[in-house]
Design a protein around this ligand. Structure first.
Ligand SMILES: [Zn+2]
Length: 414
């Protein structure tokens, strides 16, 4: 994506589902951009549950890969291909879960909905964003969503799955400063590059305070228990202890640091055209990521105070508020139970991701959405997502399907 062309996958899945007697409808936002929705009816005791996925993938250069990235080659106990992790592997697990459930002949307490969307990789305009504007039954009336966003890793030989229940917000800002143009042989005092340099140092020296939200509190509390740390019960003392624990144990882990701080990253710096001409303007682009509880508007104010220079103009390029689902739910407890059942040392921990998924559209409507791909992968394998030689092990597909199926079965029966 581009071009997406998800209709091919949607048609493929539809045939497979109909063979099992599961009705599926394809909604085309524009020609070729298919979104598939399949359902197993419930008895209506509880609100529906959605298994969500996206069918589009990012590009891949076949010359860099060991196997053709668009052939789905099975070799060395892995399926190789673009999207194996992000996220056709999970789509396959969701699809199998729905099929196995149907074959079991049970009637769930809640309707089970499978949504395989288009266009996630470039923002969901032809996918979830579009679907939610159509009049589709129960799409925004679900109680729970299981989507991508969290995976799992081994910690002291024990599986720990991350449940991505929150995503950071973003604020992209362009700062500009002007200077007097002219011949560089006669320098002016207000050189735009020199002025911007002062701003850059100010940003570089700045340290954001550690900021907790419900997700990071949940994550750190569970991790502290695993490390044998005894936590106080009074909220104010708890936060203090969690911050101490975080700075002691996760000081060097960038993915966890991202859960604890608002961040400001200078990413683009532009100024000047010619060696002998003073620059008329210097522009600096910042990528800021915000933890739940912070708002783009408030953070922009903070940024203005930090820069503290009335000559700097600030333009917001893009902004999105953070989204967070509650940690303490029946679904989260069920996931933990099943992980524990699979392996007595297994667990699920809440997780705040620095990236956005389609879950944000649903969380904005107050729907609990969890990113939970129940597979165990190393950091190196995880890096292949959007990279070269993306793959998923057959063992992960099998175990993941078993875990997902059990979660769905338990949350759908009283
Ligand atoms: Zn994805």
């Amino acid at each position: 994506n581009p071009p997406g062309n998800e209709i091919l996958t949607a048609n493929f899945i539809k045939i497979m589902l109909e063979r099992e007697g599961i009705p599926a409808v394809i909604y085309e936002s524009v020609s070729g951009r298919g979104n598939l929705i399949a359902r197993i009816a419930g008895n209506g005791t509880r609100k529906p549950l959605m298994m969500l996925s996206h069918m589009d993938v990012v590009a891949a250069n076949p010359n860099q890969w060991r196997f053709d990235p668009f052939a789905g080659i099975v070799a060395e106990d892995y399926i190789w291909g673009r999207g194996a992790l992000d996220m056709k592997g999970m789509l396959a697990m969701e699809l199998m879960t729905l099929i196995l459930y149907k074959r079991s002949g049970q009637v769930p307490d809640r309707e089970l909905i499978l949504v395989a969307a288009a266009d996630e990789e470039v923002g969901g305009i032809y996918g979830i964003h579009w679907l939610m504007e159509q009049d589709i039954p129960s799409l925004t009336a679900v109680e729970y969503i299981i989507n991508e966003g969290g995976t799992g890793f081994l910690q002291n030989q024990m599986p720990v799955y991350t449940c991505q229940n929150a995503e950071k917000g973003l604020l992209w800002v362009k700062l500009s400063l002007s200077g007097t143009p002219g011949h560089a042989s006669m320098p002016a005092k207000d050189n735009a590059i020199v002025q911007m340099n002062r701003i850059i140092s100010r940003i570089g020296r700045h340290r954001e305070p550690l900021t907790l939200c419900e997700t990071s509190r949940g994550f750190l509390s569970q991790m502290a228990v695993q490390h044998g740390v005894k936590l106080p019960t009074r909220p104010a003392n708890l936060d203090y202890s969690l911050k101490m624990f975080a700075s002691r144990h996760f000081n060097k882990e960038r993915s966890i640091q991202g859960m604890l701080y608002n961040t400001i990253s200078p990413t683009i710096l532009q100024a000047g055209m010619k060696t002998n001409v003073l620059p008329e303007q210097c522009e600096l682009t910042l990528d800021c990521r915000l933890v739940p509880g912070e708002t783009p508007e408030h953070f922009l104010e903070q940024l203005r105070n930090l820069i503290n220079d009335s000559k700097v103009t600030m333009e917001v390029i893009q902004s999105a508020a953070p989204t967070e689902s509650p940690v303490d739910t029946e679904l989260f407890r069920t996931m933990r139970q099943i992980a524990h059942q699979e392996n007595s040392g297994g667990d699920v921990v809440p997780y705040l991701s620095t990236l956005a998924t389609d879950s944000r559209y649903f969380r904005q409507k107050g729907i609990t959405s969890y990113g939970f791909i129940p597979i165990l992968i190393s950091e190196a394998e995880l890096q292949k997502m959007h990279g070269i030689d993306e793959r998923i092990s057959l063992a992960n597909l099998e175990t993941g399907t078993r875990i997902l199926y059990q979660v769905i079965e338990r949350i759908s029966h009283n």
